[in-house]
Design a protein around this ligand. Sequence first.
Ligand SMILES: Cc1cc2nc3c(=O)[nH]c(=O)nc-3n(C[C@H](O)[C@H](O)[C@H](O)COP(=O)(O)O)c2cc1C
Length: 384
Amino acid sequence: MDMILDFNGLARVLTVLARGYLFADADENLRARINYARRALCAWCSVPDKKKASPKEEWQFKSDFRELHGEFLELVDEDGMGWFCRHVHGIARFMKNNPDKVSKTAYGKADVIDKEFDAAWRKKVVQFQVPIFSQGTSGAWVLRFDDVLADALELGPLRNNSIDLPDDILNRMEALRPEKVPAEVIRTLVAYYIANKPEDSEWVVLPVTNFDAYFGSTMFSRKWLPAIPESIIMRERERTTVKVILVYWSGTGNTEAMAQAVAEGVQAQGGEAALFTAGKFDVDMAGAFNAIAFGCPSMGSEELEESEFAPMFAACEPELKDKPIALFGSYGWGDGEWMRTWTDTCKSNGAILACEPVICNEAPDEDALAQCKVLGGALVLAGK
Ligand SMILES: Cc1cc2nc3c(=O)[nH]c(=O)nc-3n(C[C@H](O)[C@H](O)[C@H](O)COP(=O)(O)O)c2cc1C
């Protein structure tokens, strides 16, 4: 569906096609083979002109390649309908005729695909032919046949090395295979690994989208791959962004200014900052984040602000164990006693203090804001 609606993954398909035709006849000279493969791509992509379309001038790129029917019977019919176009309309027809067999979303799109695909595809096919160094902007940043052919030349002929796995490996895989993952999936993965392992690394790049295409659905990426245990395939953990919550209370804006600087520090270190005032924060939100920064000025008599911040913080206390946190806040006439008490409370709850608390007298000066930024960055590092 993604390929039909957004042309996702098309480059891979075209490259496979080009590799097939490019290396079909190794005797011909290279230029002739490239031209042959280019004609095959045109035939595969062909889309009939609109009935009323005026004939193309010699210099114009066209999208109807019916004249290639004689050379590529299987790729384009005599009315200019290429393989891909025929396939897409076939899918749309199937969806319309079998509403019970396809998803609701797919069914809803069948009509649009049938009516609008050809026009969108004509534009694409024209873009594919724009030369790489064209002066015009039409086709800038898009996929072209030139790119596809270059990739195909680099990748070489299509391979068909079926790999026979020894019985003992097959048996071991079978014993480790989770029930919901078909045996064929594991066999294909292992065979792919063996066929593609580079000499200088134990790791193989897994083209997950290609596997989805191979198995004909997204079950591979969504269900099967996550279910395969590490004893069969180890994947490097995805690098996700560290999310930091910033919860603060501020009566006259001093602590708020500090919170803004903390947020900047989080972002500068590549993290994501979510700012909440104490009244808007609920302890249940804490689970979705990797680290927390708490900000509160000294209020009462060297205490946390009592009506909103203190109750919110008390509710968070049981959740602080082993959580990276950091504290900041502004004070007036005291000597920072409230922060010392607060820090001790956090430590006794088992929290991991990512850095020393940052305090400042009344409005934060440049130095205090810089310290707040460092605090934000430290939380991102601690939250990894
Ligand atoms: C009701 C109240 C109580 C305060 N108690 C203290 C205190 O005990 N010690 C202190 O150093 N400053 C105290 N202050 C001063 C504030 O902490 C200071 O003005 C701070 O910059 C306010 O931060 P904010 O702008 O984020 O609200 C108090 C201020 C108020 C309004």
